[in-house]
Structures are given as C-alpha cells and as structure tokens.
Design a protein around this ligand. Sequence first.
Ligand SMILES: NC(=O)c1ccc[n+]([C@@H]2O[C@H](COP(=O)([O-])OP(=O)(O)OC[C@H]3O[C@@H](n4cnc5c(N)ncnc54)[C@H](OP(=O)(O)O)[C@@H]3O)[C@@H](O)[C@H]2O)c1
Length: 254
Amino acid sequence: MISVVIVGTGNVAQNLFQAFYKVPDIEIKQVLGRNEIHLAFAKEKVSINTDFSRIPTADIYILAVSDDSIGEVAEKFKDLDGLVVHTSGATSIEVLHKCNRAGIFYPLQTFTKGKIISFETIPICIETKNKKDLELLQNLGKTLSDTVIEINSEQRKILHVSAVFVNNFTNYLYTIGADICKESNIDFKLLQPLIKETAAKLDDLTPYESQTGPAKRGDQKTVHKHLQLIKSTHQRELYTLLSNAIKEKHGKEL
Ligand SMILES: NC(=O)c1ccc[n+]([C@@H]2O[C@H](COP(=O)([O-])OP(=O)(O)OC[C@H]3O[C@@H](n4cnc5c(N)ncnc54)[C@H](OP(=O)(O)O)[C@@H]3O)[C@@H](O)[C@H]2O)c1
C-alpha cells in the first residue's frame, strides 16, 4: 500500500485523483488545495484540506500545481519525511531542493479536468533526487501505467519542448482550421477523420515519411491559390512560414 496526498485542484490533480482512487494499493490520504470550492471533486470520497500547515503523513506528496507555484508550495513540505514530487514537464527537480526527498512524476499527456482519461497507455516520466526513492516512484507509476520511464530533468525539458510542438501548436492549427471553416459555414467535424488518420499514420511511419500536401509536393500554384483565399494576415503568415519550413525539410523549390 502506498499512501499519497494530492496537492492541487486542476486538470492533472483531478485526473490523478480519479485514477488513484480506483487503485486498491493506493490510499489517497488527502487532497490539498487553497480553494475549498475547487476541492469539491474529492469532497465526498476522501479527506480534503485547505490548510497547508496541517498536512498528514504520507509516503508521497504529489504537487500537481501550476509550474510557477511549485517552489512556493514545496516550501510547506520541506520538513516532512515523505517523498515530494511535482508533475511538471518543464520544471527542474531543483525547484524542490528544500525538501528532504524530491522527485518528478510527469505524465506525458494532455489533461483537462472535465475529461477524465485512463493512464494505462500514458508514459510516466520519473526522476528522484535520491536513488533509493526511485523504486517507490516506479511502484506508484506502475499502479497506473504500463510505461514508467526514468528520465532526467534535462531530457524531460527537451521532451516537453517537443510536446509543445506536437500538441499545443498542432491544436492551435486546429483552431485556425475551425475558424476558417466557420467563416464559410462549413462543419469543422468533416475534418476529424483526417486529423485522426494523420495521428494514426505515426503508428507505422515517421513524421517525415508521413508528410503530404502542396508544400511537400512542390505545387506552387496551389500554395498561391490558398494564400489568396486566406483573409487573415496572421493566418497567411503562418501558412507561408509552415509551407517554407516543409519545403526546406523536403528539399522542394516553390
Ligand atoms: N494539463 C496538462 O495537460 C499537463 C500535463 C502534464 C503535466 N502538467 C503539469 O501539471 C501541473 C498542473 O497542471 P494543470 O494543468 O493541472 O494546472 P491547472 O489546471 O491550471 O491547475 C493549477 C493548480 O495549481 C494550484 N495553484 C496555483 N498556484 C498555487 C499556489 N500558490 N498555492 C497553491 N495552489 C496553487 C491551483 O489552485 P486553485 O485552483 O485553487 O487556484 C490549481 O489547483 C503543472 O506543473 C503542469 O505543467 C500538466
């Protein structure tokens, strides 16, 4: 049995709570957050607390709080014996330097609190300051996921940069696609099979091999026609920037 305190009330905290709550080998001692209303998701099931000066004893404290607040929140845990971990991809383990035992428990996935997802296939990237804590964190990860992998702070930061490209930026491009459809009264959902297949292709091909489109083919006339159709200057700039990047990568002259 591993006992945990989850700190935070947002996307990651709520997903971790729902996942750990189903695991018989995990005891959620408490969910801790500064805002009682935001703690409502856990209220009926486990102890909740807004008082950071009354933290119960646990094996692991999971700080699922915003990147910028991790250091400040960690201060409240510096005298405790348990392992204190944060869940951030972009933040070094050093932010927990005042804690007796420190680690990282970074689930490499996008989470939204209204959408509870299974952790089974989500890689969980772990790191611990003391080698002897690694096994404990591995055991915690394995209760949720088939893929628990040791990754140091430098590698994790790089992984996070890559994640921003493949997730956050791609999603912003979806937003542009949705806006363009809306302007012409076209249902964006028509593009969903295309979106899904683009991701599914990566099961068998590399991103480089998967690339298609006018820029990759060198279809200059199509590129120019698209640029004439796009009304927003910002969208035209992005279209040109990305087309040039694809052209450069695939060595086509437009
Ligand atoms: N969302 C993702 O897809 C994702 C994926 C992997 C890792 N992560 C990482 O997981 C962590 C949490 O992300 P999230 O998306 O769950 O964030 P979020 O939904 O914005 O929630 C942030 C949480 O931090 C709390 N908080 C902020 N400042 C605080 C302070 N000074 N003291 C106490 N609590 C404070 C907030 O409390 P209140 O609501 O009470 O203000 C809230 O519970 C981040 O480190 C993030 O990088 C996120």
